[in-house]
Design a protein around this ligand. Structure first.
Ligand code: ADP
Ligand code: MG
Length: 393
């Protein structure tokens, strides 16, 4: 019943959580960097500031988030045990643990009794019992190769439209049960890739699709139905049919964005054949809402939790998750491309595949894979045309 996958990603995730202190390290870069980014935004006239204004929706959203916590009840075949299922761990302890960046059993299973005791405000012997229970529930250890292979078989790959870019990402494009992040400057092509993926998800398996629907969470108001139609027609598809299979939601603030993840879970449980979730952009609201000095740790914690839930959703429902992220100037970097992704290590650790996109020569785009656990840090070229993302102009 309990999920017992202990793959690289999970371990990586746990490591990143163990390092909640790292946030401090990010702080300097992020805070100094933010000033540059704000200037950039003004120049581009994109300072919509919608994060703060639609407060009403936010309140509603926040309330429903609370209710949404129960959404997991419905997942009967695939019950995911939670912190509150541990003996001696009540709501107050859960709150403390989450504040310390520990959101799941794995986080507890790798702790020491003293560490857990301190973090959750409980006695050491109670903490020891909770850790033992977490380890048992997790069934920490091994699954046989066959079991592992069966799990891998469930994974779909969805083509980006470019063989080069698919190759960069391991051969067949964006993968389900994984988060693929694209970061880059304004106009680099992150949204265009998202729109292309929303179309490609619907293609037959033999054409690199997943014969499924896509969810598009639009935080910046840049989803363009006409552009989707153009891409669909460029591939010889029925434009309205394609548009109908993309479920679009405009997220008005970060709480709303978080709430929408629960909604996606509900849609899947109601039988919607969703295979792809696009979040464009992952970080914009978070950055706008937590812009003050001293708010960085809060922002990173909220983002961390959100990413964690995204990954959980991707694994539970076998979804590909594509997120876009902005860049800011990194003053610490004197040579080379002076940009770095918003959200720092938190987003970096949570993304299974992370690529940096920029404009190249002659209208091309350059994608560079960064810090992938199982692929080399290569680069490739692709193009954006009326057909969306392609190999050649
Ligand atoms: P980002 O989301 O990274 O800010 P976009 O994905 O919106 O950037 O990329 C916008 C760019 O995509 C445009 O500047 C243009 O170069 C290219 N683009 C958009 N639509 C088309 C099209 N129909 N044909 C060719 N290129 C396009
Ligand atoms: Mg965009």
């Amino acid at each position: 019943m309990v999920e017992k996958k202990v793959d690289k990603r999970k371990v990586k995730e746990v490591k990143s959580k163990a390092k909640t202190k790292k946030v401090k390290e990010d702080k300097e870069v992020v805070e100094t960097g933010d000033e540059d980014v704000k200037e950039e935004e003004v120049i581009e006239g994109r300072d919509e500031g919608d994060g703060g204004d639609e407060g009403d929706e936010g309140v509603e959203g926040a309330e429903s988030v609370e209710e949404g916590d129960g959404a997991e009840e419905g997942a009967e075949e695939d019950v995911v045990m939670q912190l509150s299922d541990l003996p001696g761990v009540g709501p107050a302890a859960v709150e403390k643990l989450e504040a310390a960046g520990i959101f799941d059993l794995m986080g507890v299973a790798v702790m020491s009794p003293k560490g857990l005791g301190d973090a959750a405000g409980m006695g050491e012997s109670a903490a020891r019992k909770a850790i033992q229970a977490a380890r048992q529930m997790m069934d920490l250890g091994f699954q046989d190769g066959l079991e592992f292979a069966e799990k891998r078989k469930e994974i779909f790959n969805i083509t980006t439209g470019s063989k080069e870019l698919d190759g960069l990402l391991g051969g067949k494009g964006i993968e389900t049960k994984a988060i693929t992040e694209a970061f880059g400057a304004y106009g680099s092509g992150k949204t265009q890739l998202g729109l292309s993926l929303a179309v490609n998800t619907q293609l037959p398996l033999e054409q690199g699709g997943a014969e499924g629907k896509a969810v598009y969470i639009d935080t910046e108001g840049t989803f363009r139905p006409d552009r989707v139609k153009e891409i669909a027609e460029g591939k010889g598809l029925n434009a309205d049919g394609v548009l109908k299979n993309i479920l679009v939601a405009r997220a008005f603030n970060s709480d709303h964005q978080i709430l929408l993840i629960d909604k996606v879970g509900e849609l899947v449980k109601n039988g919607e054949p969703i295979r792809m979730v696009i979040i464009d952009s992952l970080t914009a609201h978070f950055r706008a809402e937590f812009s003050g000095r001293g708010q960085l740790a809060d922002r990173q914690q909220k983002l961390n939790r959100y990413l964690h839930n995204l990954m959980k959703m991707g694994e539970q429902f076998n979804l590909a998750i594509y997120v876009t992220n902005q860049v800011m100037a990194n003053p610490a970097m004197m040579f080379g491309d002076p940009t770095t992704a918003i959200g720092g290590n938190i987003v970096g650790h949570a993304s299974t595949y992370r690529m940096y996109i920029r404009r190249g020569k002659k209208g091309s785009r350059v994608a560079k894979l960064i810090d992938s656990p199982n692929l080399p840090d290569n680069e490739c070229l692709f193009f954006i045309t009326e057909k969306g993302v392609v190999d050649e102009e």
